[in-house]
Design a protein around this ligand. Structure first.
Ligand code: ARG
Length: 591
């Protein structure tokens, strides 16, 4: 379903081509076109070009103005300042270009000609533990990147690197052996589904009980430690019990992901345990190549620029002196698997910024070992901390980590109240109110997460998130629903582009912003920056608001005007719908 090339080109691209043609000596230099207040666009590229050609920028700019042909795109061009070009494009070119893109399912968003395979590591909670806001961020940002990358033609392999291995399982399993019915479900039967809530409360109870015993009973501690050894040795009974913990946790994870309206698939859940068979080999390869060395019994990798507070180098420990493998060995093995078996050209990790040093060391180690190279790159899409309203890391009043499910439920509750208020006006049934409440509440949480640059911390403020005004998903969802309502109400006209019409300022502004959609998606994909798409959509909805104030659709003076305005709002709705879907947010038809 490739786009026809002409559909993919935007007004801005057509303009850029015209400028390049007018100045052959520019070669492939970027004219650096930007949207501008003074005209539609400003071209800033001539300054750099003049420097390179050792010419006078104003003279060069004047030469462009004289030589540029009129291919129908250009309306006015003038030199300004030291050698900028202010450019106004023709109304007809804007509408014609948008019409071509509206005819395309992909809205003219280009495929990345250099698309490869990205293995993305995201949504990675830990077994037998409650999910918290940090897991929310990874899931939400990761899911958006999956959609955005796939839309630009990238092959995406999802990996949920859940924490399903480690010494804590010795304690849990030993406890379960000694208290065999603790994980049994109250109601037994093939058709009875255990709720995520119930699964988690089982695990919590078990975790607390075994922890207490572990801390107070030396004999239990010894038995628990022996159990870890059996787990690592692959003892069958031990593994079967470990599997029960994993399965119970998955019931819980899936219930949260479902609440998040997120599609997580079982084969993509490859947790830490999935790399067990590779750990020995990973260590052997690192040691034989000299990348890792033995130091006080442990297998370590050293870095010139990583030092502890005492000034001594802090190594990456691949194998502990007792023979145990940790987080680093697993991540290094996962890299080998993803590069060699999954044929990744990019490894993308959506993980908390507080793990940046770990990834820096892991990536550098993999580079020294030759697993990463010029053909395969690894990137951490690091995200900041979620803060409470007080600006401190998000905690309950009792100082505990806030449970993700509680937050989501509260968001849905607040959103449902907002939707309920407009119930009559929008003509919604009770079921629709409940459904929209979920879409608005979950959308609000996702949007708040996605609308600031990932690496920044942000405040979790539900009042702000479900507000109808401002940079929120509800504002965008209303913009979409309002267009859909207009389209339902106009029965005497169809969205039709009329390139012969003169555009009002609010129409031009909306249309020129629509022109930027493809470039925005490309940028969000290239820079792993979903917030750029969110910002674009917010601006789109803002342009739409101004447009409504100044350009009536239903009461447009002529039929052509009405059709053309319908065309503009319809393309806006499709762009909002597509863009929001890329962010994982629903756009209800009525709100
Ligand atoms: N489970 C980890 C946590 O909750 C995140 C895993 C990140 N991915 C990785 N390959 N290390 O912090």
């Amino acid at each position: 379903m490739a786009s026809v090339p002409s559909l993919a080109s935007t007004v801005q691209q057509r303009l850029a081509e015209g400028l390049s043609a007018a100045l052959p000596e520019a070669g492939s230099a970027d004219p650096l076109l930007r949207r501008s207040d003074r005209a539609d666009f400003q071209a800033n590229g001539i300054l750099a070009l003049a420097k390179r050609l050792k010419g006078n920028p104003r003279e060069l700019a004047t030469k462009v103005v004289e030589a540029i042909g009129s291919d129908g795109v250009l309306k006015e061009i003038e030199v300004s300042g030291p050698g900028f070009l202010n450019i106004t494009v023709s109304d007809a070119a804007i509408i014609e270009t948008l019409a071509a893109r509206a005819a395309d399912d992909r809205l003219g968003v280009p495929f990345n000609p250099d698309a490869g395979t990205t293995v993305i590591d995201y949504a990675q909670p830990n077994v037998a533990k409650e999910m918290h806001v940090g897991h929310l961020r990874s899931a939400v940002i990761g899911a958006a990147m999956v959609e955005i990358l796939e839309f630009t033609g990238e092959t995406v392999v999802r990996r949920h690197h859940i924490g399903d291995w480690g010494t804590q399982f010795g304690m849990l399993i030993q406890y379960l052996i000694e208290h065999p019915h603790e994980l049994d479900h109250k109601v037994e039967g093939a058709d009875v589904e255990v709720s995520g809530e119930e699964a988690m409360s089982n695990l919590n109870r078990l975790y607390k009980a075994s922890r207490t015993l572990f801390d107070s009973d030396e004999d239990f501690k010894t038995r628990a430690r022996a159990r870890v050894v059996q787990l690592q040795a692959g003892d069958e009974e031990t593994l079967a019990l470990w599997q029960r913990f994993v399965d119970e946790s998955k019931i819980y994870f899936y219930s949260v992901f479902e609440k998040l309206d997120m599609d997580i698939r079982d084969p993509d859940i490859v947790g830490e345990s999935g790399y067990n068979d590779m750990l020995q080999e990973t260590c052997r390869l690192l040691e034989e190549s000299g990348v890792a060395v033995r130091s006080e019994g442990a297998l370590c990798v050293f870095f010139d620029d990583v030092k502890g507070p005492d000034g001594n180098p802090t190594p990456l420990i691949v194998q502990k002196s007792d023979g145990g493998f940790g987080y680093a060995a697993t991540d290094l093995s996962a890299i080998r698997d993803r590069v060699q078996n999954l044929k990744a050209s990019t490894l993308l990790y959506v993980v908390d910024a507080r793990q940046s040093l770990h990834f820096k060391m892991v990536f550098e180690t993999a580079r020294r070992a030759g697993w990463l190279n010029d053909e395969v790159k690894a990137v951490q899409l690091a995200f900041g901390t979620v803060l409470g309203k007080d600006g401190k890391p998000f905690k309950t009043r009792e100082g505990e980590t806030v449970r993700l499910v509680d937050l989501l439920d509260e968001a849905i509750e607040r959103a449902t109240a907002v939707v309920e208020e407009k119930k009559e006006k929008a003509g919604l049934s009770d079921d629709e109110v409940a459904e929209n409440g979920r879409y608005v509440g979950i959308g609000a949480v996702k949007y708040a997460d996605l609308s600031t640059s990932a690496v920044r911390d942000y405040k979790f403020d539900l009042d702000q998130m479900v507000s109808l005004n401002g940079d929120t998903s509800v504002y965008l969802q209303y913009a979409y629903a309002r267009i859909q309502s207009i389209k339902r109400n106009v029965t005497d006209a169809q969205p039709t582009a009329h390139a012969e019409l003169e555009l009002a300022p609010a129409e031009r502004a909306l249309a020129l912003h629509l022109d930027q959609f493809g470039a925005t998606v490309t940028e969000a994909a290239e820079e792993y920056a979903p917030h750029k798409l969110a910002a674009y959509l917010y601006q789109l909805a803002s342009h739409l608001t101004t447009f409504y104030d100044q350009c009536p659709v239903m009461k447009a003076e002529t039929r052509e005007l009405k059709e053309n305005r319908l065309f503009l709002v319809d393309l806006t709705a499709r762009t909002l719908h597509r863009g929001m879907a890329l962010l994982g947010i629903r756009t209800p038809e009525r709100l």
